[in-house]
Design a protein around this ligand. Sequence first.
Ligand code: SF4
Length: 197
Amino acid sequence: MKKSDSLPSSAALQAAHLIERLGRVLRAGDHATGLNPVQAEALRYLGRANRFSRTPAALADFLGSTRGTVSQTLLALEAKRLIRRQANARDGRSVTLALTKAGTEYLKSDPVRTLAASIDASGADARLAEYLGATLREAIVQRGGRTFGACNTCRHLRRDQSRGAAPHYCALLQEPLSDIDVSSICAEQQDGPQVRP
Ligand code: SF4
């Protein structure tokens, strides 16, 4: 019998219900800031994604949503002056998305930061993040979605301190990467051992 076929323990079930409740509380917090939960999630994504992944298509994959739904979300965020579209330097036929100053300010008082402060205070931050990350990845893979990992865990990352202002490099996209890029999430990320240059 597979592990997923067996009945979960009552503690595991309670933890799953608590996570679901926590999500509901966060979504209520989003409404209180004047955004619907999908708009708030899109804004958070744009605050965390690297420059290759701030596109409408990658956002749709991240949200597990259709391009049409994402288009409506982006129109609403543009109307609120929280994001802007700009020409994609890598592909002139598409656009990239960027936070405006107001969008960046919004994220400074994001309800998620309040939750992060509580987790910080509990002292369970690193272990909890690792556990929830693995659980989320499993749930996304089971649904055939993309997992969007952090650049600094990707097998395509090359670290090269001799490059000065851009001390890292992406072997897949063949682009230089800054320290900020490396701590961002990416649509192309693939877990695996990194190759030393
Ligand atoms: S190294 Fe991996 S995660 Fe980083 S930009 Fe390249 S593909 Fe994306």
